[in-house]
Ligand binder design. Structure first.
Ligand code: G3H
Ligand code: ZN
Length: 281
C-alpha cells in the first residue's frame, strides 16, 4: 500500500534500519521494486528522478500516478519520492502529482547558494505538505552532472551540515561520505567515522546516494552508523540490462518485447529483494 516517505524513514531510523529507495525508469521497474519489497517483507521508496521525468517527456503526473497505482496494488508499504530535483518548477508539481517527498539537489552550488535555494525549496515543500531531502557536500558522478563548485566526492562537514539543517529546516540530508553515483562496481569505501560524526551532529536522518557502488558489508555498516535512506539506481540498471541482453541473445528472432521485459523485471525484483534484506531487515 501507498504510505509516506517521512513515516517510513522515521520508523526505520527508530529501528536502526534504513529504507531502500529505488530509482524507477519504466513501469516494469515499479512493478519489480514493489514485488521485490513484498518478497523481502521490507518497506521501500519508489523514486523517480528529474532525469527520468525528462526521459518521459517531462510528464511527471502520469508517471507518478502509474507508480502509485502499482504501489497500491502490492502487499509491501511503498512511498513515492521525486529524486534529484534541480528545477524548482518540477518541485512545484510534486505534491499534486502524488509524491509525498522530494529531494532538492543544489549540492553542486557554493554553500551560500545551496543554502538560499534549499531554504526556498523547503519553505515551499513544507507548505505543500512534502517531506524534503537536500544535499550538502557533493556526491558527484551523476551522468550529465552540472559543473560544480566542488570536486566530486567533497565530503560533508558535520558542523557546516548542522548549520545547514538548522537554517533550512530540511527533513533529511544527503551526505557525501565516500560514495559516488553510477558506479558499476561495488568498490566504494565509505568514511564510517564521518558517518558517525554526522549522525551525532544532525537531528535529521542521513541519506546515502550512489549506493550501487557500495558492497553489502559496507552498506550494513553505514546503516548501523546511522544512514536511514539508501538510494539505489545503477544496480537495477545492471540487473535489467543484463537480463534483457541474455533474453535477446537466447531468442534472436523473437518479436514480442514482453519476453525480454519480463526477464528484466524478474532480475530487478531479485536485486531489490537482496538489497532490501541488506539494508532494511
Ligand atoms: O538518487 C539516486 C541514487 O543516488 C542512485 O545512485 O545509481 O549510483 O545507485 P546509483
Ligand atoms: Zn543520488
Amino acid at each position: 500500500s501507498l504510505v509516506s516517505t517521512g513515516e517510513l524513514v522515521a520508523k526505520a531510523a527508530a529501528g536502526g534500519r534504513a529504507v531502500p529507495a529505488f530509482n524507477v525508469i519504466t513501469l516494469e521497474y515499479a512493478e519489480a521494486v514493489t514485488a521485490g519489497a513484498a518478497a523481502a517483507g521490507v518497506p521501500v521508496i519508489l523514486q523517480i528522478s528529474e532525469n527520468a521525468v525528462r526521459f518521459h517527456g517531462g510528464r511527471v503526473r502520469p508517471l507518478a500516478q502509474a507508480a502509485a497505482a502499482v504501489a497500491r496494488g502490492g502487499s509491501a508499504d511503498v512511498a513515492l519520492h521525486l529524486d534529484h530535483v534541480t528545477d524548482i518548477r518540477l518541485l512545484h508539481e510534486a505534491a499534486d502529482a502524488g509524491f509525498s517527498s522530494a529531494m532538492f539537489d543544489a549540492g553542486a552550488l557554493p554553500y551560500a547558494d545551496n543554502l538560499a535555494a534549499t531554504l526556498a525549496a523547503a519553505r515551499w515543500a513544507h507548505g505543500a505538505g512534502l517531506w524534503l531531502e537536500a544535499e550538502l557536500g557533493y556526491v558527484g558522478g551523476k551522468p550529465g552532472a552540472p559543473a560544480s563548485a566542488h570536486a566530486a566526492g567533497v565530503r560533508t562537514d558535520p558542523d557546516e551540515a548542522a548549520r545547514f539543517v538548522a537554517d533550512t529546516g530540511v527533513d533529511a540530508l544527503a551526505v557525501a561520505v565516500g560514495s559516488s553515483h553510477a558506479m558499476t562496481e561495488r568498490s566504494a569505501s565509505l568514511d564510517h567515522p564521518l558517518i558517525a560524526r554526522l549522525r551525532e551532529a544532525l537531528p535529521v536522518p542521513l541519506v546515502l546516494h550512489g549506493s550501487s557502488g557500495v558492497a553489502n558489508d559496507e552498506l550494513r555498516r553505514a546503516v548501523s552508523a546511522g544512514v536511514a535512506k539508501v538510494n539505489i539506481g545503477t544496480a537495477l540498471g545492471i540487473a535489467f540490462t543484463g537480463a534483457v541482453r541474455e533474453a535477446l541473445a537466447a531468442k534472436p528472432d523473437g518479436a514480442d518485447p514482453r519476453h525480454f521485459l519480463d526477464r528484466g523485471r524478474e532480475a530487478v525484483a531479485d536485486t531489490v529483494r537482496e538489497l532490501c534484506e541488506v539494508v532494511g531487515a
